[in-house]
Design a protein around this ligand. Sequence first.
Ligand SMILES: C[S@@+](CC[C@H](N)C(=O)[O-])C[C@H]1O[C@@H](n2cnc3c(N)ncnc32)[C@H](O)[C@@H]1O
Length: 332
Amino acid sequence: MAEETNGVANFHEAEEESQAQEDIWKCICGFTEMAVVKCAIELGISDFLENHQEPITLNQLSSALGCSASNNYLYRIMRFLINRGIFKEVFIGHGEMGYVQTPVSRLLRRDGQNSMAALVLLESSPVMLAPWHYLSARILEKENTATFSAAHGKNVWEYAKTNPEHSKLINDALACHARVTVRVIIDNCAEIFKGIESLVDVGGGNGTTLGMLVKAFPWISGINFDLPHVVSVAPHCHGVVHVEGDMFDSVPNAQAAFLMVVNCCNLQIRKLSMYFHPERIASLFFDSTAPRTPRPNTNPPNSAFEDWEFSLSLSSPATLSPHLYPQSDWSN
Ligand SMILES: C[S@@+](CC[C@H](N)C(=O)[O-])C[C@H]1O[C@@H](n2cnc3c(N)ncnc32)[C@H](O)[C@@H]1O
């Protein structure tokens, strides 16, 4: 009997051990999903499938992308993506299989309507991955240096100022995020914008957010306010005037302010409260980490935007909750 009990216990232990091994391998290889999805975007696989409209064989895809015949990496990349449900394979007759799109792969088109490709390209860039290597150091250190600054010696906006390529990655990614989130605001919170004649989007990026709001609520005249290196390359946008500046110095005058809030929002909202009546600040959280709970160590003023790389990674449109903030919420 004792032998039997030991046998069962040993069996469970072995099962647990083997599950633990499996789980740790998932951690070890966790980066591959992002890397392979990035590769698929860079190769334009989703765009090609979308334009072709019919299932594509491996050979067709390989020659369309200009891969050498002896190279079987493309097959392995596609197999990986299919295993994760990102692309699909269907039988096309004569013993052949063809690749087709899925709802997920459609999000990887470069210029698709709800494309998330720009966000993947930003978050998988070496610049944005470097800060993650400073996570443990940040937890242990007393000075509370943001991981981005620890990796690059300056905050993300200062970095973008002198690195136009990275600035473009950021602007494109934020515009892609805006296209998804602002649609939710337009569909669910139209009443917020009633009677507002002029609206300034503080930290409005390339103006995508305001462009969509002005199109949906054409009585609004929009002012897109952002740092000079962002505004200087922002595309023309009907109904929107681009204004450059630093919100910690001043904010253009308008009837109301809009702020797409990322994580440590209180400082920005407090700053805006110096210029706008409380009921005239519309603010949108897209941080899933309990954003309205005051954090024990509030960042010093100049690092107000520094945490954004975390919150962007954690954000999800499902957690959106647009608010007009009552004044009582501003004290934290
Ligand atoms: C997280 S992004 C939000 C972009 C845009 N609202 C959107 O959702 O697409 C923050 C924006 O604030 C801008 N920004 C950062 N610091 C700023 C400052 N001190 N004054 C004005 N804009 C600033 C950045 O350049 C960036 O475009």
